[in-house]
Write a protein that binds this ligand. Structure first.
Ligand code: HEC
Ligand code: HEC
Length: 224
């Protein structure tokens, strides 16, 4: 009887401990640096110690991006409208409260590497700039700047900053829209555009945006 009582007491303590763990809110910074209780890995292992990303690996910069845009992307990875074997698995371990904390944390970080992707090749940058600023009307491609802003710093929550992301990440995204592994864009806007871009167009426009400095001052809220 006594030991049963003890067991009961232990169980009670254990459930209190569990309840304690559940109510303890982890801050965005804590999760980014150490992961969360559900087993999500630390974001910094892939996205860099200050959210600057790892260009060559295709891990995007998160610092200074619009919080609502980032949250919509996590949602996309969770509901399968954006698929990626690595980030999809991570996103499924993030609760909506975690997503809120994490995206607010990253949006508020200042971009430390504002010089862009130095690895972008020079050769196609001019062609990329022309496409970005003027589009290619004969192929039905609008100017990227119309939606992403004159300097690629994005507009509001809907049109993300693309300046300063790496060549690898930018081309991966355009490719993902072509093949349909990413289909979370409003009204299929990017899918329609990506389908009209040739391989040379993708390489050129990615090289151009990768070399533009990114901005955290805008946080995607500047006017085009
Ligand atoms: C093991 C590596 C890895 C870890 C850890 C990781 N990510 Fe990612 N993340 C990626 C990759 C790869 C992509 C790009 C996927 C693609 O190409 O579609 C990505 C993309 C994203 C995006 C989309 C960005 C955009 O501009 O659309 C967000 C948001 C994001 N990650 C948030 C997080 C958060 C928050 C954490 C920590 C809880 C995290 N990631 C941990 C690899 C990782
Ligand atoms: C009509 C408006 C519009 C135009 C023009 C446009 N985009 Fe986009 N773009 C969007 C929207 C909206 C999103 C966000 C999609 C989402 O919510 O998933 C986006 C997202 C992107 C992303 C993903 C960024 C990230 O963080 O993952 C890339 C890369 C991109 N666009 C490149 C381009 C390029 C290159 C061009 C020009 C060839 C272009 N866009 C023209 C509307 C546009």
């Amino acid at each position: 009887m006594n030991s049963l009582r003890q067991l009961g007491f232990c169980l009670l303590l254990a459930s209190l401990e569990l309840a304690h763990v559940e109510v303890r809110a982890e801050t965005g910074e804590q999760i980014a640096k150490s992961g969360n209780a559900a087993g999500a890995p630390a974001c910094i292992t892939c996205h860099g110690s200050a959210g600057q990303g790892q260009g060559a690996a295709g891990f995007p910069r998160l610092a200074g991006m619009n919080a609502d845009y980032l949250a919509a992307q996590l949602q996309g990875f969770q509901d399968g409208t954006r698929t990626n074997p690595i980030m999809g698995a991570v996103a499924k371990l993030i609760s909506s409260a975690d997503a809120k904390a994490l995206t607010a944390y990253y949006a508020a970080i200042s971009v430390i590497d504002a010089t862009g992707d130095a690895a972008a090749s020079n050769s196609s940058v001019a062609a990329g700039e022309a496409l970005a600023k003027n589009g290619a009307w004969k192929n039905g491609v609008p100017a990227c700047a119309q939606c992403h802003g004159a300097t690629g710093h994005g507009v509001g929550a809907a049109f993300p900053q693309i300046a300063g992301q790496s060549v690898v990440y930018l081309s991966n995204q355009l490719q993902a829209w072509k093949t349909g592994t990413r289909k979370n864009d409003p009204m299929g806007l990017m899918h329609g555009i990506a389908l009209k871009l040739s391989v040379a167009d993708v390489n050129a426009v990615a090289a151009y945006y990768a070399r533009l400095p990114s901005s955290s001052a805008s946080n995607g809220t500047t006017k085009p």
